[in-house]
Every structure is written in C-alpha cells, then in structure tokens.
Design a protein around this ligand. Structure first.
Ligand SMILES: O=C(O)C[C@H]1C=CC(=O)O1
Ligand SMILES: [Mn+2]
Length: 374
C-alpha cells in the first residue's frame, strides 16, 4: 500500500449557470465557477476535489483562476510523486511550502480523501471515524433581491418539504430598507420557518447596533458576520450586547481565529467551511475549539457544487447534530450538474452519500460540456 503514489493532478474550471441571480452584499452571481481537481494515483484510483468561491475575488483572496493556477504551478508539484495514503503528511507538506490558498488546499485534501476512501472501500466519513448523522438539515438562502419573490420562493421550498429554515442576504441596501425586507419575510413566514440573516461584513459597528436591534425585535434568530472579518473586538461587543446570537463566518477561518474570538469573550456560533479552513481536517480542528468553549456550530458552504458539498457533508456527518444545522444547498442553486447522481435532498435536509470516498462520480459528457478548455 505504501508504494502507491500520486501520479498526476489535473485542474479544470467548470462554469454552471444559477437558477436565478444570487445577490450577496459584495457580489451578484448568475453563474458559479468551480475548480475541479482530478487526482490520478498509481493504483489507477482517481480522487475528486473541488475548490470554489463566490464572485471572483469579491468574497476572499482566492479566485477560481488563482485556485487553478496556484494548484498547477505550486501545490500539485508538491504532491505528485508522493505516497498516496498519508493525508496528514501531505497536508503538512503543503502547509510547510505554501502559505494561504486555503480553498486550493481544501480541494486537494478532498481529492486525497476521496481516493483513499475508494482504495479502502470506506466513505470519507468512515475514514474520519464514522458518521453520526446520515441525514443533515439544510436551510435555503433567499437572495433574489426582491421581497415578494423571496416570500414566494420560501413558501415553495416549504411546500416542497425541501427547506424550513431560511437565511436572507442583506447589506447591499441601506440598513432601514434591509430591515423592512427581512421583517416582511419573517412576518409572512411566521412560526412556519426560522429566519436568519447574513450581512457578509457590509456594516460598520454603529450601523450593526442599529440594524441588529431592529432585526432582533423582528424575531430574527441569528445574525451572520454583520461587520468586517478582522474586527474581532467589535464582533465580541455585538455578541455581548444582544440576545440574538452572532454567527462568525469570515471572521473565523480556522482554530486559531476561533481561539482568539473565544479568548476575547465571544459567545454565539461559528460557521464551518472546508474552503476557509484549508480542508476537512482544518474545519474539524475549529470544531474542537468551539466544542471546548460551548460555541454553537453551523455547517457552512461557499456555494460549492456537488463534489465540494459532499466533502463538507462527510465532515459534518461525523459531528453530533449542530445547533444551527447546515446550508449545504449549493448544487440546488445551479441549473445543471457534472455528476452522475445528484445528492438526495428531501425532508428539509440531504442524505449523506454512502459509497466509498465521497460517493460521487463525474458525468463525463456534462463535465466536458461545462469545462473551460484547459
Ligand atoms: O454565507 C456565506 O458567506 C456564503 C454563502 C453561503 C450561503 C450563501 O448564499 O452564500
Ligand atoms: Mn456567511
């Protein structure tokens, strides 16, 4: 087993249209661009990975093109020729020779775990010690930019029994307009659904105090990343000021950020994302800090497609039920897919794939159709 090596790593930019415009405070998406990693091993096994972000460079310091370029130029050469099976050793090798590039590293770690699982006949969740949840709750993000459309979409998702909790994207409009938008949706949904918001860093602290007070009065259950990521002290002040809990997302990339926030007196919740933590292991390290500190957990997405979403689900499945559920709806935002069998979304959640590795196979025709020429 130890003589099996990583033979080749290919990366592809894959563009899939969204079902509707998806409007966040920092970008509006009409298409999602995924970086798909196909990693071939000397025993013939192929590992799949995905590195995806939002709106080019609008969300963070990596873009689809930089993820692909940096894997091809710097990260893949660190892995090709190395023994396939020791994921921890390969993670350490990447960390030693390459700074940052967490989404790129997450895609590569996913491909290593997918291959190792296929090799051993184990799902990624089993590789990580076993799944405690086989069906994970999934909320939906309302982000059409139109209050009436969002209300109609929410009732449709409720009637389909696909989602019963909703996250609203705000921050692009004046705070009073945002609050009216959110209050109208919460008013329409009443007790049929939980409603939370994600400001994606758009407010300063004074605006956040005003906005959060109004949102708390409107019965909103969670406030995600109201102010800029690096303003940890401000987020801690907001957490201590309001009853409605704060969800740290861009502010908490990894366990070190988690420790800083907890040491500073933060209470509330952490959004987990394999992309921001450099992979599944990094996200689970943040989980351990949160659990030690009594901080709530939320399974977050960077709007990955099926491969990245499956990877996240295998990690979240190894945890006890998370206080705030998950938002692993990425594939549902896309008009089409590049896999043979989509994830099974039903009863307000999604089934964890059970087959070895990620449990996902590429549909080669769809993959060719949506991939940019290399
Ligand atoms: O939450 C984010 O920051 C990013 C992502 C998650 C859901 C969504 O619509 O955007
Ligand atoms: Mn967020």
């Amino acid at each position: 087993m130890n003589d099996i090596r990583i033979e080749a790593i290919q990366t592809y930019l894959v563009d899939l249209p969204t079902i509707r415009p998806h409007k966040l405070s920092m970008a509006t998406m009409a298409c999602q661009t995924m970086v798909i990693v196909r990693m071939r091993h000397s025993d013939g096994i192929e590992g799949l990975g995905e590195g995806t972000t939002i709106g080019g460079l609008a969300y963070g310091p990596e873009s689809p093109e930089s993820i692909k370029r940096n894997i091809d130029t710097y990260l893949a050469p660190l892995l090709v020729g190395q023994p396939s099976g020791n994921v921890n050793a390969l993670r350490a090798r990447l960390a030693r020779h390459a700074r940052g590039n967490c989404i790129a590293k997450s895609a590569l770690e996913t491909a290593l775990l997918d291959a190792q699982g296929k090799r051993l006949g184990l799902s990624v969740a089993e590789l990580l010690g076993g799944a405690r949840q086989a069906h994970l709750p999934v909320l939906w993000t309302l982000a059409s930019g139109d209050t009436r459309k969002d209300i109609d979409e929410a009732f449709q998702r409720l009637d389909e029994r696909r989602h019963c909790d909703f996250k609203l994207k705000i921050g692009a409009n004046p705070v009073d307009q945002d609050v009216r938008h959110v209050a109208a949706i919460k008013e329409a949904l009443g007790e049929r659904a939980g409603v939370r918001v994600d400001v994606n860093q758009a407010w300063d602290e004074a605006t956040a105090v005003r906005g959060i007070q109004a949102l708390q009065d409107a019965g909103i259950e969670l406030i995600e990343q109201a102010i800029p990521a690096r303003e940890h002290a401000g987020l801690i002040r907001l957490a201590n000021r309001f009853n409605v809990p704060m969800l740290a997302d861009e502010a908490v990339q990894d366990a070190r950020d988690g420790l800083d926030l907890v040491a500073g007196g933060f209470s509330g919740a952490f959004a987990l994302k394999i992309a921001k933590s450099g992979g599944l292991f990094g996200a689970l390290e943040l989980v351990h800090v949160a659990q030690a500190a009594g901080i709530g957990l939320y399974g977050g997405t960077l709007l990955e497609g099926t491969i990245g979403t499956a990877a996240s689900l295998h990690a979240w499945a190894t945890l006890p039920e998370m206080a705030w559920g998950t938002e692993m709806f990425g594939p549902l935002l896309l008009k089409d897919d590049i896999v043979e069998k989509p994830l099974d979304y039903h009863d307000f959640g999604v089934e964890l794939p059970r087959e070895p590795g990620l449990g996902i196979r590429i549909d080669e025709d769809k993959f060719r159709h949506y991939s940019r020429p290399n």
